[in-house]
Design a protein around this ligand. Structure first.
Ligand code: NDP
Length: 390
């Protein structure tokens, strides 16, 4: 039996992962399931899958979790240390699907155990790409992409020589506001930004799709995962979300990954890799699809893409700054404290401020320095927002 753990089990990716695991219960021994505040879901899945331990990230949810697990053999645990302890439990395959920079450390610990880490949490590579890749190398662990674009690239590269790659094209739906008049963006509400035209995802990534901060993170993730230079990575708006990414080779061939927008495709590929097994996803009827359309991303609508290119050019810890500033601005947007268009303005200001602090971005990429930089960038974002409000 394969030992598996799912970090972020109660979220959108976590639930899709559990859906696949639960279809073949005799194949897996579930070591750890972790969640946040959705205790009922966490406990129900832990009982159903007979997990060894269920962990909530929040100590104040511990009693509720114990109550929900009463009478079962599942151990209950809570808090940041418990999450890291769960990550250290030996497992063969670990899904990293916590949202945000909070996913970094559990993923690093799993890699140190030599586990295969299925990486949905893109923030891991954005904040600490070099550290994560080096940790995987040093411990003989494998990283497998779960973001649909990166899974598509990974699949298009099977049997190929990376040196023959001329370009990588990642697609973007364009998000909730792709056809809105630009001047309306400033007054867009969190509820409006939380509806995605094609994908059913968690709220934060859905809003990040509308602003294209999600694609910005994915640009950086592509660079870190595949080690290609930023000039070779392109973004194209593809409203139908059927092609997830394309890889262009030096002979001019473009290999595309085409499939219905269902994350179980990429999750299943990572779960069964290197085999391809049958998955419960829709088979595309191309005659019904009839057409697929593409357009260049509009720089004025999606300033996050320009900022991501700035981050890739700068390197060092600027990814950690970018992500922390983005997460803080996103929290403020969700709380109604800043407007939709303010998010990129705040992130740009934080990148400028932190760049001016000697040595910050160029400090060694250790977990400690990533954490400190993340903290400073969040404080800086708060003060930028406070100044703008005052
Ligand atoms: P969700 O918001 O749906 O789920 C996030 C999960 O993380 C939940 O289990 C949540 O617990 C838990 N969580 C939240 N905050 C913390 C914290 N501070 N510490 C520990 N656990 C926490 O997110 P998604 O599933 O949409 O996304 C997860 C990751 O995968 C993100 O990095 C996202 O960018 C990436 N991704 C998502 C895709 C998608 O289709 N959804 C596609 C590709 C990548 P609870 O809900 O119980 O509070």
């Amino acid at each position: 039996m394969r030992r598996v753990s799912v970090f972020g089990a109660t979220g959108s990716i976590g639930q899709n992962t559990i859906d696949l695991i639960a279809r073949d219960p005799t194949a897996y021994q579930v070591v750890a399931l972790t969640g946040g505040r959705n205790i009922a879901q966490l406990a129900a899945d832990a009982r159903r899958l007979r997990a060894n331990v269920a962990v909530t990230a929040y100590p104040e949810c511990y009693d509720e979790l114990c109550g929900a697990l009463a009478g079962s053999d599942v151990e209950a645990a809570a808090g940041a240390d418990a999450l890291l302890e769960a990550a250290a439990r030996p497992a063969d395959w670990v899904m990293s699907a916590i949202v945000g920079a909070a996913g970094l450390e559990p993923g690093l610990i799993a890699l140190r155990q030599g586990a295969t880490l299925a990486l949905a949490n893109k923030e891991t590579l954005v904040c600490a790409g070099a550290l994560v890749m080096e940790t995987a190398r040093a411990h003989g662990a494998r990283l497998l992409p779960v973001d649909s674009e990166h899974s598509a690239i990974f699949q298009a590269l099977v049997g190929e020589d990376l040196s023959a790659v001329e370009r990588i094209v990642i697609t973007a739906s364009g998000g909730a506001f792709r056809d809105w008049p630009l001047e309306r963006l400033a007054v867009a509400t969190p509820a409006e930004a939380s509806t995605h035209p094609n994908w059913a995802m968690g709220q934060r990534i859905t809003i990040d799709s509308a602003s294209m901060f999600n694609k910005a993170l994915e640009l950086i993730e592509t660079r870190e995962f595949f080690g290609v230079s930023p000039e070779k990575i392109e973004v194209i708006v593809h409203p139908e979300s059927l092609i997830h990414a394309l890889v262009g080779f030096r002979d001019g061939a473009l290999m595309a990954h085409v499939g219905a927008p269902d994350m179980r495709h990429a999750i299943g590929y990572a779960l069964h890799w290197p085999e391809r097994r049958s998955l419960p996803v829709e088979r595309l009827d191309l005659a019904k699809v009839a057409q697929m359309t593409f357009r260049a991303p509009d720089d004025a609508r999606y300033p996050a893409l320009r900022l991501a290119r700035q981050v890739m050019a700068r390197g060092g810890l600027s990814g950690a700054v970018f992500n922390a500033a983005k997460e803080t601005a996103l929290d403020a947007f969700i709380a109604g404290q800043i407007g939709f268009s303010d998010m990129s303005t705040v992130v740009e200001a934080v990148l400028e401020h932190t760049e001016a602090q000697p040595g910050l971005i160029d400090a060694a990429m250790t977990l400690d320095n990533v954490g400190k930089t993340d903290h400073l960038a969040r404080q800086c974002a708060m003060s930028v927002m406070a100044k703008r409000a005052g």
